[in-house]
Design a protein around this ligand. Structure first.
Ligand SMILES: NC(=O)c1ccc[n+]([C@@H]2O[C@H](COP(=O)([O-])OP(=O)(O)OC[C@H]3O[C@@H](n4cnc5c(N)ncnc54)[C@H](OP(=O)(O)O)[C@@H]3O)[C@@H](O)[C@H]2O)c1
Length: 325
């Protein structure tokens, strides 16, 4: 089978498409023929050796995907031909991932493709929705009419958070550096959009009454601004640090407004926890036929171009596929 692998940590150029043997699943695993894989910024960090947990190379990245069961495992939950997606996945981190024709994955990390989703929707959805759910529902416990501010709102996590926060009845402020993407975010349900580099951002958001929940994928200097825009008792969920890992925090803002700052980590869901979260998400989105926006789909041969597109700043999820058609 074809697999995009790297043999030593370094730049994304270390990824090579190679022919390797189709993996042999263990008893509690199933073999899935991949239809689509989705990219994540963390894949690049993994290849660079900057991700905190990882397998030793050679291995392939890719933690999102959809496909068809070729060999079911012993759980009895799946049969040959079932169309599936991947939930809390260790694939693409501590073992071979979805940038390949086939992947072997623990059955405990697999769910059936929602029936209103295409295979491409299946690759785009779970990771973004589960991460956003952990932040908005489990940690921040967002309530209707609260105001949620999302940084990096045009990205995969931004899309997931926008969709879920809207269905929860929240008022939404979305940030993007691109005017074109800000228009798109309005059309997707944001109530207000701002450029995060606008010097008047803090004043404008405070004039709107401030924010109750912050979904932050950018961090860096933005975090100190978020603490100023936060209303008393606000919950700030840190999901990523695309804008930098160093930030100044004025502790008195935490003290006098009783703010809470939380780290979010989708990979820390337990097997049972991720299925419960998935069922709750499906229950919320099914009546609305919700899907996570797909930005662009690249051919499997063009994985390096797909990573370059992701790095430039997407508008939704960046996919690779269809494989095995
Ligand atoms: N904690 C977890 O469990 C978890 C799970 C998934 C992802 N993550 C992390 O969350 C972050 C976002 O992931 P994603 O999939 O949404 O990424 P993405 O699809 O690449 O989108 C990120 C968005 O952030 C904005 N952005 C990028 N670099 C920026 C910068 N330097 N300053 C300000 N804005 C910037 C861009 O929006 P504009 O160009 O429109 O401004 C971009 O569209 C990543 O760091 C990822 O590793 C964490």
């Amino acid at each position: 089978m074809r697999s995009w692998r790297f043999h030593k940590f370094g730049t994304i150029r270390n990824l090579r498409m190679e022919e390797i043997a189709i993996p042999e699943p263990a008893d509690d695993e199933c073999l899935v023929k991949i239809a689509y894989a989705a990219l994540n910024p963390a894949d690049r960090l993994l290849i660079m050796g900057l991700y905190p947990t990882h397998a030793q190379p050679p291995f392939s990245v890719g933690r999102d995907g959809s496909g068809t069961i070729v060999k079911p495992g012993k759980s009895g939950r799946f049969k040959k031909g079932d169309r599936v997606v991947f939930l809390r996945s260790i694939i693409g981190i501590s073992r071979d991932g979805t940038l390949a024709d086939y992947v072997s994955v623990p059955e405990a990390h697999v769910a059936h493709l929602p029936d209103w989703w295409s295979m491409a929707d299946g690759a785009a959805g779970p990771h973004a929705l589960l991460t956003s759910w952990q932040a908005l529902h489990e940690v921040a416990k967002v309530k209707p009419d609260e105001t949620v501010l999302i940084s990096g709102a045009s990205g995969g996590i931004g899309m997931g958070s926008l969709l879920l926060a809207r269905l929860k009845g929240a008022r939404l402020i979305a940030l993007s550096r691109s005017p074109v993407k800000r228009d798109k975010l309005m059309s997707l349900g944001a109530d207000f959009v701002f450029d995060p580099d606008d010097k008047t951002l803090v004043k404008q958001v405070k004039d709107l009454g401030g924010v109750d929940v912050v979904i932050d994928t950018v961090c860096g200097d933005f975090l100190s601004q978020a603490l100023i825009m936060a209303r008393p008792y606000a919950r700030i969920c840190i999901i990523g640090a695309l804008g930098g890992i160093r930030c100044l925090i004025d502790p008195t803002r935490l003290i006098f407004k009783r703010l809470q700052i939380h780290g979010i980590q989708v990979a820390m869901y337990s097997d049972a926890g991720v299925h419960q979260a998935w069922q709750e998400i499906i229950g919320l989105i099914q009546p609305h036929g919700t899907k996570v926006l797909i930005d662009k789909i690249f051919p499997f041969e063009d994985v390096p171009a797909a990573f370059a597109h992701l790095k430039a700043g997407p508008m939704g999820k960046v996919l690779v596929g269809p494989m095995n058609q």
